[in-house]
Design a protein around this ligand. Structure first.
Ligand code: SAM
Length: 253
């Protein structure tokens, strides 16, 4: 079984989803359990007939973690000032929409923001479970009832790969969000972070990711950091864009 097998169990949402859940468990090399009470590990991948989400397996069972680009929270984020900052950090300006290599895709939230601003975004995620729910979320976004969600989704792609094994193209901007330090945020964002930490396998190897990024023939690398954290090791950032809780260190080469 895969590394994720000890932390994640596949559970069907209802009897009508049993066959699909068994298939997904086999495909991702994960344990299968018919209900959440019998699930082991820290996270369950809940499979419904046309949906999939993550659920922490803890006594208080905080709500589901989904990749839903049409959710009210994402719609709200579309209008937020932070998006502007992320767009500026990757060099999105007027009709200039960079091609972004999102090397740490996670739940695809930043990738969606960039695609919504007009960038083509190639997402890479090394956790098979996260890559799976990202692809599911993208499939739903492509047929969303909201035209703006469909348009952004059409600019996104996802691959289950370790970014450090791939060569970025010179015209791409590399985007890194490797942070796992405790972030300020709502209960919902902390719940998302706990799921990411569980599936990622803590602690992450920032150094390896940074070494890889700086060895690529790209002219811009953007790193998301908590506002007060030290920059990742490597050359000092060319400039920094600061938001309320996070900042973007921009390396122009
Ligand atoms: C903090 S999360 C990113 C959150 C993301 N920016 C979002 O908006 O949802 C970091 C993610 O990077 C992934 N990751 C870390 N190192 C990676 C690598 N070398 N290749 C691909 N994915 C990686 C982890 O599995 C984790 O899901």
């Amino acid at each position: 079984m895969s590394d994720s097998a000890s932390v994640c169990t596949v559970v069907p949402a209802q009897t009508g989803a049993i066959d699909r859940a068994r298939l997904v468990a086999e495909q991702l090399d994960l344990a299968y359990e018919k209900n959440l009470d019998g699930a082991s590990g820290s996270v369950a991948l809940i499979i419904d007939r046309e949906d999939a989400w993550l659920q922490e397996i803890s006594a208080n069972r905080p709500g589901p973690v989904r990749v839903d680009f049409a959710s009210p929270a994402m719609m709200h984020r579309r209008r937020g000032g932070q998006n502007e900052l992320l767009g500026r950090a990757v060099g999105n300006k007027g009709n200039r929409h960079p091609w972004v290599f999102d090397a740490t895709a996670g739940l695809g939230r930043d990738a969606f923001v960039l695609a919504d601003l007009g960038c083509q975004v190639a997402m890479f995620e090394r956790s098979p479970v996260l890559a799976f729910i990202l692809q599911e979320g993208l499939n739903r976004a492509i047929i969303s009832q909201f035209p703006e969600v469909r348009q952004a989704a059409a600019r996104m792609s996802v691959q289950h790969r370790d970014s450090t094994g791939i060569a970025a193209a010179p015209e791409q901007v590399i985007y890194l969000d490797p942070m796992f330090e405790e972030r300020k945020g709502t209960a919902a964002s902390k719940k998302d972070l706990r799921v990411l930490q569980a599936l990622h396998g803590y602690p992450p190897d920032h150094q390896h990711l940074t070494d890889w990024a700086f060895a690529q023939p790209v002219s811009r690398i953007v790193v998301k950091r908590p506002l007060k954290a030290v920059p990742l090791t490597g050359p000092p950032p060319s400039h920094t864009l600061k938001g309320r809780a996070v900042r973007f260190d921009v390396y122009v080469r």
